[in-house]
Design a protein around this ligand. Structure first.
Ligand code: ADP
Length: 158
């Protein structure tokens, strides 16, 4: 019987939302330490959706957003990941769940660990991105139930 050990773990986070890593990160670090797995951390810059929306933004918007996100993610890695963890940072642009699955397939991820939802979705047990990843990812997915207090809500979509 093969050993049930993961070797490539993907942690998708929204850099603007600590709830997306506060509970999953200790779980991931524990797994990584126990198994010696490689950790990939991914943040996705959501795209504009319809081309007509994108046409209102300057042509270099995506390039600038990507390089800012790369910079922020590097800071996040330095702040939150212990030096002994073998980790890499990834930034992608597009539909969040679609990119999580696409990057996971490309990197050969065998486990995606993610929080169930962000605080602005308290009424749902599983947010739309988490639900889609669970439904469509071919690899294992570990959902860490979020319990961020509703007062931490910063609903940018209102
Ligand atoms: P909600 O609907 O509450 O926003 P989501 O399903 O979008 O819930 O969020 C659940 C998880 O999806 C997050 O913990 C994170 O792992 C992932 N996620 C959400 N947004 C992003 C993002 N921009 N980049 C990477 N992962 C994300």
């Amino acid at each position: 019987m093969s050993e049930a050990i993961y070797s490539k773990i993907l942690l998708p986070i929204d850099l603007g939302e600590p709830c997306t890593w506060e509970k999953p990160l200790p779980v991931v670090l524990n797994m990584v330490r126990n198994s010696g797995a490689h950790l990939d951390v991914l943040t996705v810059i959501p795209d504009m959706g319809m081309p007509v929306v994108g046409s209102f933004f300057p042509p270099d918007f995506e390039k600038k957003a990507r390089s800012k996100a790369e910079e922020e993610l590097q800071k996040w890695m330095a702040k939150y990941l212990p030096d002994d963890v073998d980790a890499e940072a990834w930034v992608s642009v597009g539909s969040v769940y679609h990119k999580i699955i696409k990057v996971a397939k490309r990197l050969g991820t065998d486990l995606i660990v993610m929080a169930s939802h962000r605080p602005n979705m308290q009424d749902y047990l599983l947010g739309p991105n988490a639900a889609r990843v669970v439904r469509h990812a071919p690899m294992d997915v570990f959902i860490v139930r979020s319990d961020c207090p509703p007062e931490a809500v910063d609903d940018k979509r209102q």
